[in-house]
Design a protein around this ligand. Structure first.
Ligand code: ADP
Ligand code: MG
Length: 270
């Protein structure tokens, strides 16, 4: 595969998204580099999930371009779209596990659909992913309704990883979790990035997650990217649209915790 100079795996250029007269994105530019943990932050309703949907072929912007793994998503053929979808995994905000299937069956589903494997091979690979996300082997035969919120996120993550994706998209991976489960997800995301070299693209408003794991962060507000850089870099910017993520007690507590955990929160070793 030809590599661009900085090895950009995803690019958005001047993306405009409208719902009727409501302009959600008004010229979004961003780029994601291979193997980084990239985050998009923004207030509720700022258009984070919509931006993610445009990255994963669930929605087309009204204007502008989106390129994923070198493929321009405008006018993409069905065949090219399917081939591309098999190269990324997605963890949706609500998890999206099938309630009528066990955890192991859920994780194995993409393998059954897209790989020529026998049942034994599917189960072996699915059980391996269960371990990767830190779930005990006996969770395999449980149904989603029997799992805690944190376990459900992990099981959905295992399913998102089962085809060995190059890119992993996460929509609010810690939302709805208690602080301890959320911390577990932080650590898991870091491990996936460090051990598997997966590029992680997440949308979140979880400040702890941002300080603990994100290499670079794009701040989405008023329809555009107001700033893009490490949390340390963004913290130094004075723009009014960026300050709410750094001022105030919750923002400062997240930053202080990150400094306790790492000396340099935004330059973790690769
Ligand atoms: P976020 O994830 O940042 O909270 P969303 O991307 O979900 O925000 O939504 C951004 C805005 O776009 C919101 O005002 C939402 O109501 C609107 N929106 C999202 N999807 C649709 C849709 N399918 N139809 C109409 N409006 C939508
Ligand atoms: Mg959202």
């Amino acid at each position: 595969m030809p590599k661009t100079a900085v090895d950009t795996v995803l690019e958005m250029h001047q993306v405009v998204t409208r719902f009727g007269s409501h302009v959600v994105h008004n010229g979004v530019d961003l780029d994601v580099r291979r193997a980084e943990i990239f985050a998009v932050i923004g207030g509720s309703g700022s258009g984070k999930s919509t931006l993610l949907r445009e990255m994963i072929l669930l929605q087309q912007p009204n204007e502008g371009s989106v390129r994923v793994l070198g493929v321009d998503l405008a006018n993409i053929t069905d065949g090219a779209a399917l081939a591309l979808r098999l190269r990324f995994g997605v963890l949706f905000q609500k998890g999206g596990l099938f309630g009528s299937l066990t955890v192991l069956e859920n994780i194995g589903l993409p393998l059954r659909e897209h790989r020529q494997l026998d049942e034994q091979q599917v189960e072996t690979i699915a059980a391996g992913k269960l371990a990767v996300v830190g779930l005990a082997a006996d969770v395999a035969d449980q149904y989603p309704s029997e799992l805690s919120g944190g376990m459900m996120k992990r099981a959905a993550l295992a399913r998102a990883l089962v085809l060995e994706p190059e890119l992993l998209f996460l929509d609010e991976p810690t939302s709805g979790l208690d602080p301890q489960s959320a911390t577990g997800i932080d650590e898991l995301v870091l491990q996936l990035s460090d051990k598997l070299g997966i590029t992680v693209i997440m949308v979140t408003h979880d400040l702890d997650l941002l300080w603990q794991v994100a290499d670079r962060v794009a701040v989405l507000a008023e329809g555009t990217i107001q700033g893009l850089g490490s949390m340390t870099e963004l913290a130094r910017m004075g723009k009014p649209a960026i300050r709410p993520f750094f001022d105030g007690p919750r923002a400062r507590a997240a930053q202080a915790q990150a400094f306790l955990t790492h000396q340099e929160p935004s330059s973790k070793p690769k």
